[in-house]
Design a protein around this ligand. Structure first.
Ligand code: 3PG
Length: 216
């Protein structure tokens, strides 16, 4: 399996600008969605460990679509880090900051993106050598205004806001220099995945990628 190094992954995320965050109801749903994403030149997905299909879906997607960059999301424990990276995930996304988990990922040379919402959490990430963190839950934590205030202090830090992001506020977040990409589940929500609404999901992904292309 080809594993990109953390710097290359950061660069790829910065180029793509958007990460669909998904809770998969089946392995097959992951494969269908991966195909849609690749068709839209958005070869990236964050598969959350909120459903029991996460690891098998990551393996199946990686085997079929080697170019797909897969992030493992909602990772809460070390055993999940191992399961996710063994399956083919190249970046570990943690909803909050946990020094032990960050350290564990770094020791495995795995890109890790812990969630932060306060300057104290960002400061801890900074002292662990991280240059990219998640800002979660973005909208209810002060949104773009909060991010601007934190970025004014942490000038070297780049943020991936997630939580309440959609087509109406995506532009605002992506216009901030401190934002390297945004994540969100609105592109492929769990109910639409369950109901196999592939056309509607493709339409959402198409609208978002179009907006990003226009903004560049
Ligand atoms: C995440 O795990 O990053 C969030 O659940 C995404 O938030 P959203 O569902 O509001 O997009």
């Amino acid at each position: 399996m080809n594993v990109r190094n953390p710097r290359d992954i950061e660069a790829m995320l910065e180029r793509l600008k958007l990460v669909p965050v998904v809770s998969l109801p089946s392995v097959q749903a992951g494969l269908e969605l991966a195909e849609i994403l690749i068709d839209h030149n958005l070869p990236v997905i964050e598969v959350t460990f909120r459903t029991p299909y996460a690891a098998d879906a990551i393996s199946a997607m990686k085997e079929k679509f080697n170019e797909l960059l897969i992030l493992a999301g909602t990772v809460l424990a070390k055993d999940q880090v191992d399961i996710a990276s063994d399956a083919g995930a190249e970046c570990i996304v943690i909803p909050g900051f946990h020094a032990g988990l960050v350290d564990y990922c770094q020791a495995k040379n795995l890109m890790v993106c812990p969630g932060t919402v306060t300057p104290s959490e960002v400061l801890q990430c900074y002292h662990m050598g991280l240059k990219t963190v998640k800002f979660f839950p973005a909208e209810v934590s002060g949104g773009a205004a909060m991010l601007k205030a934190m970025a004014a202090v942490f000038t070297d830090m780049k943020f991936m806001p997630t939580g309440g992001i959609n087509l109406n506020n995506l532009r605002e977040y992506l216009s901030l220099d401190s934002v390297f990409c945004c994540g969100g589940s609105w592109l492929a929500p769990e109910d639409m995945l369950q109901q196999e609404k592939w056309d509607a999901i493709a339409q959402r992904i198409g609208l978002a990628t179009k907006q990003i292309d226009q903004q560049l």
